[in-house]
Ligand binder design. Structure first.
Ligand code: FMN
Length: 139
């Protein structure tokens, strides 16, 4: 098992329809490939956690890396893991600026997850998500 966490920026503030397009493709493909994780979008910035079988994660990341809808990709984590940290959903998507009902569910799920996890057992990806959310003053 492997995970990759990266941050990137969209070229422009993406309209909800475009974000939903990314989300729809990602949900379908990730579910088929047993990829879990979460995608956070705020003010043109993405934070993305991808977890799954190593070769699948690396090829998915290569594809995402070449996607012209974003740039300035910084890999924060690229390492083996023993367990998934985001196993309850195929891809939780949170857009703080424009929350629909489903997005609010995904959003509160992530906050609950990173807030409730024990400091002793928190994983590297959960730590990054928690710090990022704290930085955005969402929690
Ligand atoms: C920020 C961002 C995150 C993405 N996340 C995923 C993802 O988790 N899984 C996925 O299959 N595609 C994701 N995509 C879409 C891929 O980059 C790519 O468009 C998709 O895999 C379809 O590729 P294809 O048209 O070459 O088949 C993401 C794109 C962006 C811009």
């Amino acid at each position: 098992m492997h995970h990759i966490v990266y941050a990137s920026s969209s070229y422009k503030i993406l309209p909800t329809e475009e974000l939903n397009g990314i989300l729809e493709i990602a949900r379908r493909a990730n579910s088929a490939n047993k990829i879990t994780g979460m995608l956070l979008y705020k003010d043109g910035n993405f934070l993305h956690v991808l977890e799954g079988e190593k070769s699948i994660i690396l090829s998915c990341y290569n594809q995402i890396f070449d996607d012209p809808r974003h740039h300035g990709i910084i890999t924060l984590l690229n390492e083996p893991i023993t367990t998934r940290s985001f196993q309850d959903w195929s891809m939780a998507f949170i857009s703080y600026d424009d929350l629909s009902k489903t997005e609010q569910t995904g959003f509160s799920d992530v906050i609950a997850l990173v807030n409730n996890v024990d400091d002793e057992t928190i994983s590297n990806s959960q730590l990054i998500v928690r710090s990022y959310l704290k930085g955005l003053m969402m929690i």
